[in-house]
Write a protein that binds this ligand. Sequence first.
Ligand SMILES: O=P(O)(O)OC[C@H]1O[C@H](OP(=O)(O)OP(=O)(O)O)[C@H](O)[C@@H]1O
Ligand code: HPA
Length: 187
Amino acid sequence: MSQPLTLEELNKVMEDADLLKSEQQVEDALNSMAVAISERLKDAMPVVYGIMNGGLVTAGRLLPKLNFPLEQGYMHATRYRGETSGSTDLQWQAPPSIDMTDRTVLIVDDIFDEGNTLCEVVRQCKQQGAKEVITAVLVNKVHDRKNTDLCIDFIGMDVEDRYVFGCGMDYRGFWRNAPGIYAVKGL
Ligand SMILES: O=P(O)(O)OC[C@H]1O[C@H](OP(=O)(O)OP(=O)(O)O)[C@H](O)[C@@H]1O
Ligand code: HPA
């Protein structure tokens, strides 16, 4: 585990960060995703999971824009645990809360990076009897280190291959609340 950061260090991270996507660009991306997802799932009565923690902000901003009846569940899976590189195993802090047998499941997350998290979540949902599993992420990080062939159904925006934070994504546990998407200086 890294040393905890001070308030001054955390404020400096933000001051030095590069803004990759403004709050308005994020909002526009969420609006476009909502239109496309609504068209696809309007008759499916899906159960929707934002993957805690990172998926909370994307799900919280996206769900009110979805124009069809859905049920919201809770699951918490983590791989990075507050660090800037992930371990290979996914840790389940809370398994899916709603039975998904024969249901359409929509998984919402903040970022598709190396892909291990969504790949494992999708696998678990299918194992638990989901009829179909649809995935939506606010951000796809563009690089050639994906560890999965999983194709994400709905992507808000691509970002470059840097460590990013904001809109639910953390820098060592902090700054998930930043309204745009930022890249840490030097990372
Ligand atoms: O595509 P991957 O390389 O697997 O990375 C993406 C995942 O990493 C982050 O979660 P993290 O494990 O950091 O937990 P958190 O949601 O609590 O931030 C993020 O929220 C995604 O779920
Ligand atoms: O770039 C990232 N930022 C925050 N969380 C993440 N989880 C995977 N990649 C990232």
